[in-house]
Design a protein. Structure first.
Length: 199
């Protein structure tokens, strides 16, 4: 009985400690809200996590070695906000320490591409919803490995993509029309990050 009481106490304390930590989601949403208050209407938030991973993130993508720990033990690898303001592209790179690096980049191919696939992603959402209504499922919850999320805020529209490393590599997912579009977006993000920054 003492074991279960101690276990319950540890779970409650861990939950309390987690709630006291800075949330990367809240910090990111605050930065996005600030940009929107400045009338920036084209914003993309990219963040990647890894659960139980020794090797993190996609090849050739800069990594933030962060102290951010999220629920389920995921570690934050990257947290980037891309946006277009007055015809110029910028990227903000930060983690839970709220150390912010803001840079202007020459081009950002991922932003216009993400906007162009919003209708396909709307169809994806409808298809997945229909799968669940029919008692099926799209994919199992991934507890380890990489996970990448992208959110677009364009005028008053928004759309979300969440991709596991399994979806990117397993041939089972290739049958879904939206997978190739999502992979293309990830590749464009990786390319945009590698583009030489303006001085």
């Amino acid at each position: 009985m003492r074991f279960y009481t101690l276990l319950l106490l540890l779970i409650l304390l861990d939950g309390y400690a987690y709630s006291q930590k800075l949330s990367i989601e809240k910090l990111s949403k605050d930065k996005i809200d600030s940009l929107r208050n400045e009338h920036v209407d084209t914003i993309m938030w990219y963040h990647s996590y890894c659960g139980e991973c020794l090797i993190v993130n996609r090849p050739d993508t800069p990594i933030i070695y962060s102290n951010c720990t999220l629920q389920l033990g995921y570690k934050l690898n990257n947290n980037l906000i891309f946006y277009k303001q007055k015809g110029k592209y910028f990227v903000i790179n930060f983690d839970c320490n709220n150390i912010t690096i803001r840079r202007q980049i020459n081009v950002c191919k991922a932003l216009p591409y993400f906007i162009s696939i919003i209708p396909a992603l709307d169809s994806r959402d409808k298809a997945i919803k229909d799968m669940y209504k029919k008692g099926g499922s799209y994919s199992p919850w991934q507890m380890d490995g990489g996970l990448e999320n992208m959110d677009i805020y364009f005028n008053k529209k928004s759309q979300h993509i969440s991709m596991s490393s399994k979806e990117e590599t397993d041939k089972l997912y290739k049958k879904y029309a939206w997978i190739e579009k999502q992979i293309m977006l990830l590749n464009l993000i990786a390319t945009d990050i590698r583009i030489k920054k303006k001085s």
